[in-house]
Design a binder for this molecule. Sequence first.
Ligand SMILES: C[S@@+](CC[C@H](N)C(=O)[O-])C[C@H]1O[C@@H](n2cnc3c(N)ncnc32)[C@H](O)[C@@H]1O
Length: 290
Amino acid sequence: MSLILKSIFNVWHHLSPDWLNWADQLAPAAQKINRHLVEALDLPALAQAAGGKDLVVLDLASGVGEPAFGIARILASEDDPALRGYVIASDIVPGMCAGLVERAVAEGIGNLSVVAADMEKLPFGAGTMDGISCRFGVMFCNDPDAALRDANRVLSTGGRAAFMLWAPIVDNPLFAAMDGILGNILGTGFADAGLDLFGFADPTLATSRVVRAGFGDVTITTHNPAGRIPERAAFWKPQMEMLFGPQLRAATDAERGAIDAAMFEALRPYLTDGHFQVPICFHVLAGAKG
Ligand SMILES: C[S@@+](CC[C@H](N)C(=O)[O-])C[C@H]1O[C@@H](n2cnc3c(N)ncnc32)[C@H](O)[C@@H]1O
């Protein structure tokens, strides 16, 4: 394994306990935003093109289950008999895959299998997938363009892929506050931690990368929802631990207290009527294999 690959792997390897720890609690909020990705994938059109055969959807960089679980549930639902199939969830980190299996078993999701895989070199044949989903994953690859090309390779003709991507940090005040405050108090931000969240933030550049990888019929939509969270909740904790868990565990109680106090102050402008309403901003970039 090269040094760069090894360090990317290690970042996520050390974070897998944090992802498993928060996954169930975050699932309802995740499902709210996942619907934009699922819409872009257009499962009914894929089912129609498949002419009644079960769909196979590959979810890349699945972490511990988003959006793989939601897609699997749609493809197992009795609501639309024409929409059937299963999901292959995948992630480069075995600890994430193990957490995903544990959660899938606990939730009784039967139409899903898990494969530990680097999305830059997928262990699947050309044209074997009807659809591909990827939520907040491709930007973390060592070579994201290789990952986009391999996604295109494994898609069948007429298949669709949809990627959820962070918009710029200035439109994501939670991440901006986290980056600055952890930098001040712990001396680590996204760059030091090896986390490049914003490599697909520019919609024009992101679109051109997907086109260059071979996709056609490319669309990009931008979304900026804001949840309403009671003031007393340190709502930044899950995201912060899922990105900086090891650094927070190594911090002192005083440092952790200072981080929470500074986050509260930084996000105070988003406080109204005893509730935080902090927007997040992301793109959904989708394309088809012609
Ligand atoms: C921000 S998490 C997203 C997880 C999940 N899709 C979600 O939204 O909850 C990024 C994931 O990308 C995975 N990852 C990073 N590089 C990868 C690669 N080259 N191939 C496959 N997975 C990768 C990490 O292990 C991690 O689980």
